[in-house]
Write a protein that binds this ligand. Structure first.
Ligand code: NAD
Ligand code: SER
Length: 328
């Protein structure tokens, strides 16, 4: 029986991961924590504690009180917010991870830390981006994610902490809104398509990025944490992917359900420049070979599911669009 502490639980990913962990390990076994209080219904009604992940002492006490043996460390500042406030991104992303790893070392906890397509940069081959390649990002977010992968490797090799992680592409979901990343457009477009029938996109029509539907991202986190450690050669930095999208290709797919949907463009040069340094297509063969990674959702299945759920949410008034880190 696992006992788990989740940092950053109130964000886009936590709103899916916490209920999934509670379903598998029991509601009381999963302590959700965040620096702000999320809606109760987002996290499924189990235990929650306000916690700044950079406060190592508070994190240590919470871990001991909960008797946790695993930490899912989701708290982070994403790419677009990070370019607005690089100091904050450095402090939260590096300070938070270092605190988590120190607590994990002293309390013998396993640690899951999401990395990102943000680790890649302008010198990285983009299509495909193989597992072991150039990681020289141009954003503070990416710099903290590369350093984070290395720090997790270090704690594993030096202190035998069971650290594991994947490089997620952009994550698409309904429920909690995204937290201020370059890939947020691929979530926003669905809310606007369903509510207003039109969307103004901040990336260019043909800017292709790697993406994944959230149920697959959650499966990946939980499956990797249960995988046989002897097989994990790329422990903290597995490329994983599910689909490749550009605003124009996603628009075409949405129009199969909402034929009158229209899109126009008001390009944000900062996010467009970031996107043009990130992979168009990750090669995820190492994850497939080492722990059986396999996504369920492709572009068609994800689009159908998003529109079905958001249409129902709009009808019953529970549609959530407010970004807690709005970059506009
Ligand atoms: P998010 O911005 O939606 O949520 C992050 C959460 O962290 C928020 O609820 C925020 O309140 C919290 N937080 C911020 N500072 C904190 C602090 N000092 N202490 C505690 N909590 C704090 O992000 P997300 O999309 O849920 O991302 C989760 C993880 O997945 C991050 O590590 C992110 O880099 C990674 N990731 C996300 C995506 C994506 O597309 N969403 C893609 C790749 C990787
Ligand atoms: N979705 C994230 C971002 O855009 C990528 O890690 O910041």
């Amino acid at each position: 029986m696992k006992r788990i502490l989740v940092t950053g639980a109130g964000g886009q990913m936590g709103a899916w991961l916490v209920p999934a962990l509670r379903e598998r390990y029991g509601s009381g076994a999963v302590m959700a924590t965040d620096i702000r209080t999320p809606d109760d219904e987002l996290l499924g009604g189990g235990p929650f504690q306000l916690l700044d992940c950079t406060d190592q002492s508070a994190l240590g006490h919470a871990t001991i009180r909960h008797n946790a043996d695993a930490i899912y460390h989701l708290a982070a500042i994403l790419s677009a917010v990070g370019e607005k406030d690089p100091r904050l991104a450095y402090d939260v992303n590096m300070g938070g991870l270092h605190a988590v790893l120190e607590v994990a070392r002293s309390q013998q906890c396993a640690v899951f830390t999401p990395s990102s397509i943000g680790v890649f940069g302008a010198e990285t081959p983009r299509d495909p981006t193989v597992q072991d390649t150039i990681t020289r990002p141009t954003t503070m977010y990416g710099i903290t994610k590369v350093a984070g992968e290395l720090l997790c490797d270090y704690y594993h090799k030096r202190y035998d902490v069971d650290t594991r992680g994947v490089r997620y592409p952009g994550l698409i979901s309904y429920g909690a809104p995204p937290g201020g990343g370059t890939t947020d457009w691929a979530v926003d477009i669905f809310h606007h398509a369903v509510r207003e029938g039109s969307y103004t996109c901040f990336l260019g029509a043909d800017t292709q990025l790697d993406m994944m539907y959230m149920p697959d991202a959650i499966w990946a986190a939980m499956e990797l944490m249960e995988a046989d450690p002897a097989k994990l050669l790329h422990r903290n930095a597995f490329n994983i992917t599910a689909m490749q999208l550009s605003p124009e290709s996603l628009t075409a797919e949405i129009r199969k359900h909402l034929p009158d949907f229209t899109i126009d463009y008001d390009i944000d040069p900062v996010r467009e420049a970031i996107a043009r340094t990130w992979p168009k297509r990750l090669d995820d063969s190492a994850a497939r070979e080492e722990w059986g990674w396999q996504p369920d959702y492709d572009l068609a299945a994800m689009t159908a599911d998003m529109i079905e759920h958001l249409t129902a949410e709009v009808a019953d008034g529970s549609d959530r669009t407010e970004n807690h880190n709005a970059t506009e």
